[in-house]
Design a protein around this ligand. Structure first.
Ligand code: ADP
Ligand code: MG
Length: 729
């Protein structure tokens, strides 16, 4: 029997293999069919001929016409990759990964082999890689090691209309490079119509237009300004879902991950209440730190009888095209960084979009059929309040990192660098000053040894400095952990409503002893990576830590350890040296310091006169230390934020809870990681410092006298508030 069965099984296995091969083949064929249906396909030969003829080409085409996914493949198919890699830059990480993965599928190869991608802290390419997708920031870094981009035969600067800081700097470098690399092909691709500007900048490079198809989109405005766009967006979406026939997916634009997660939660609650009375609503969040398994979900076709609801940041404006969207809801806001060269203050602000953004957003509804766009603002506001275009990032951001890179490339005369739209000279001067203060430049403006080491890190110069300072203070391990954690992006903890007390207790335990946010972050990472825990996911569940976020921290940690090796800094750990850790942070972040600007009463609450301030129990006022002094506040999420007095919850865990709780005074001097502006200017990720440390780590910036005066101005001398007598548990 056995002898009989064996060949039978073998044959079966063969059949199965063949079936799978055919199925795969037909899937592959189906994708090729899809490729041929894209608007760009008709222009394939013409485009290739133009690339042959002209070294630089500006390509303009409606979003979704196939620029990003097809052009690199066309170049590859016509033999460019025999002479070198084909590169394609993207402003956003998620788009970079998603596009690379799509192209790998279209070519029937494994991601990371012929088609790969590189984003900060993640390199998914190999020796075989011919098509390389990367963030614009990564290509900038490649210039450092290969200033002539010798490994490339063609470079596509994609999504040029986004005008990110890195893309704008790339323009300058590439424009310079093409004179020395006549064989290099450069394609600048953009979704909007101001291609003339790109063309003029690149010495009148020809413009190749890809006519797109577009269906009419009907636009609705609100009659009155919306007080709460979040609520309005949810109501509108549910109304569409209930009233409009299927199919037709919905896309809502939010400003960031937090907003998207909040909206997702509300949608889940409300649809649960509506129960079986409505069609299924498949909720797909899309934002910068979205893990790759969830990215797949966005593109999977909506099953019949259901509706997809995409909650996206402006990443879905042009970078990603999701088929099947017929309703767009546009609250009219996005997050943008703003930088004030005069004060050196930088923050992320929620701001109204421009008309150009609004137009792109609406356009997403009309790709496959006619659609509708609901703008949650008035027609008047659109006409009179929205700017025509967004100001290019280079004109509203801190230039420190970019200038450090340009200096490393040997570009000294920054004021005369050929920028498409130059940054304000204030901002350049400010960045040079900052790099000088950090010790990266000498008084002639040339890179120092320290500056050269700092340039190895793909980080803000303040963070790079902090890392390098850790050598001197012998806490490099702790600082690398903190740096990795600060770069995770997205939320680290989660606090489910039904387990709030447990979650808070678990999370608070990392911050025991009032160590502040930075050391708290270290405690989280150190516990998870300890020998006993050994990166276990179960530990994350027990401690209400987001597995995904901390896994990302691990990747970043590994990369940083590599880079520390490159600058020859050994990893040394000294986990109890909290002051040393804070001094390292301060060595990089001495600009980001503030001191308490209110008098405290016995209870640790501010003593406020009626005329003094906003009155009531608003957060404590801090002032940044360097002139011009700015008013800032501790972010409520900080471990150092004064906690509202607890209602006496009687049976606390132990005797020290409740009314007998130790009084913890607010920190007087703090160093903060960043400022975020919501209702006021908030400092996020904060540690308490001693004022005299400022003189120690940045003597050229702070004098003892200055610090004394500031301290004297506060009146009474305060004892060290980190009372040694604090109960251990
Ligand atoms: P453009 O760059 O001109 O905006 P793209 O090349 O990004 O256009 O998109 C072309 C088509 O490829 C779109 O229909 C889009 O939906 C599809 N596409 C892109 N990425 C994916 C993906 N990961 N999965 C499925 N389809 C995708
Ligand atoms: Mg594109």
């Amino acid at each position: 029997e056995n002898v009989e069965a064996r060949p039978d099984l073998e044959a079966q296995a063969e059949d199965e293999k063949e079936r799978l091969r055919l199925e795969k083949l037909s899937k592959f064929e189906a994708i090729q069919e899809e490729r041929r249906r894209l608007p760009i396909y008709k222009y394939r030969e013409e485009l290739l001929a133009a690339v042959d003829e002209y070294q630089t080409l500006i390509i303009v085409g409606e979003t979704g016409s196939g620029k990003t996914t097809q052009i690199a493949q066309y170049l590859h198919e016509s033999g460019y990759s025999e002479r070198g890699k084909i590169g394609c830059t993207q402003p956003r990480r998620v788009a970079t990964m998603s596009v690379a993965s799509r192209v790998a599928t279209e070519m029937g190869v494994k991601l990371g082999h012929e088609v790969g991608y590189a984003i900060r802290f993640e390199d998914c390419t190999g020796d075989k890689t011919l098509l390389k997708f990367m963030t614009d920031g990564m290509l900038l870094r490649e210039f450092l090691s290969e200033p002539d981009l010798a490994g490339y035969s063609a470079m596509i600067i994609d999504e040029a209309h986004e005008r990110t800081l890195h893309t704008d700097v790339l323009f300058g470098l590439i424009k310079d490079l093409i004179r020395f690399r006549p064989d290099l092909r450069v394609l600048v691709s953009s979704a909007t119509l101001d291609a003339e500007k790109f063309s003029a900048y690149f010495d009148d490079a020809p413009i190749f237009r890809i006519p797109g198809r577009r269906y009419p989109v009907e636009i609705f405005y609100t009659k009155q300004p919306e007080a709460d766009y979040m609520d309005a967006s949810i109501v509108t979406a549910l109304q569409i879902h209930v009233e409009q026939p299927l199919p037709g997916d919905i896309l809502i634009f939010y400003t960031g991950q937090e907003e998207i997660e909040a909206a997702e939660e509300i949608f889940r609650q409300r649809t649960r209440k509506m129960g079986g009375k409505i069609a299924e609503l498949i909720i797909c969040p899309v934002y910068a730190n979205l893990p790759s398994d969830m990215q797949m979900k966005i593109f999977s076709p909506t099953p019949p009888g259901a509706r997809k609801l995409v909650l996206a940041t402006n990443i879905a404006e042009t970078s990603l095209t999701i088929d099947g969207i017929r309703h767009v809801i546009d609250p009219g806001f996005h997050k943008q960084n703003a930088f004030h060269p005069k004060t050196g203050m930088e923050s992320l602000l929620v701001q109204p979009v421009s008309k150009a953004n609004a137009l792109q957003r609406a356009g997403r509804a009309g790709r496959t059929a006619s659609g509708t766009c609901y703008r949650l603002y008035t027609a008047w506001s659109y006409q009179n309040e929205l700017e025509d275009n967004v100001v290019p990032e280079i004109q509203r951001t801190n230039l420190g990192n970019v200038i450090l890179m340009l200096k490393s490339l040997g570009i000294h005369d920054l004021l005369n660098f050929d920028f498409m739209d130059p940054p304000p000279s204030d901002a350049i001067v400010r960045a040079l000053e900052q790099l000088y203060a950090l010790g990266a430049l000498n008084d002639r403006g040339s890179l120092t040894k320290l500056g050269r080491r700092m340039a190895e890190f793909p980080l803000d110069p303040m963070l790079s400095k902090m890392l390098i300072a850790s050598e001197q203070y012998k806490v490099s391990f702790e600082i690398v952990c903190i740096c990795a954690m600060l770069n995770v992006g997205g939320s680290l903890f989660y606090r489910p409503k039904d387990k709030l007390i447990e979650a808070n207790a678990a999370i608070n335990s990392f911050y025991q002893g009032n160590v502040g946010d930075h050391i708290g972050l270290y405690n989280v990472y150190a516990s998870w990576s300890s020998e006993e825990v050994n990166f276990a996911s179960a530990w994350c569940m027990e401690n209400f830590v987001q597995v995904r976020s901390i896994k990302r921290a691990r990747d970043i940690f590994d990369q940083l350890v590599n880079l520390m090796g490159r600058v020859e800094i050994e990893l040394i750990s000294n986990p109890t040296a909290h002051d040393a850790v804070k001094k390292c942070i301060l060595s990089g972040f001495f600009y980001h310091t503030a001191r308490l600007a209110e008098k405290l009463g016995k209870s640790g609450q501010a003593v406020r006169t009626a005329a003094g301030s906003t009155g009531g129990g608003g957060p404590l006022l801090y002032k940044t230390i360097k002139a011009p002094q700015q008013s800032v506040y501790i972010h409520p999420s900080s471990a150092l934020a004064p906690k509202p007095p607890k209602p006496n919850d009687g049976g606390g865990k132990d005797g020290s809870e409740g009314s007998g709780e130790m009084l913890v005074l607010p920190p007087r001097w703090v160093v903060y990681h960043e400022l975020v502006y919501t209702t006021r200017e908030y400092m996020r990720q904060i540690s308490e410092i001693e004022s005299k440390w400022l003189v120690e780590v940045a003597p050229h910036m702070y004098s003892e006298k200055e610090i004394e005066t500031l301290n004297g101005g506060d009146g009474d001398k305060m004892p060290n508030r980190r009372g040694k007598g604090k109960a251990a548990e």
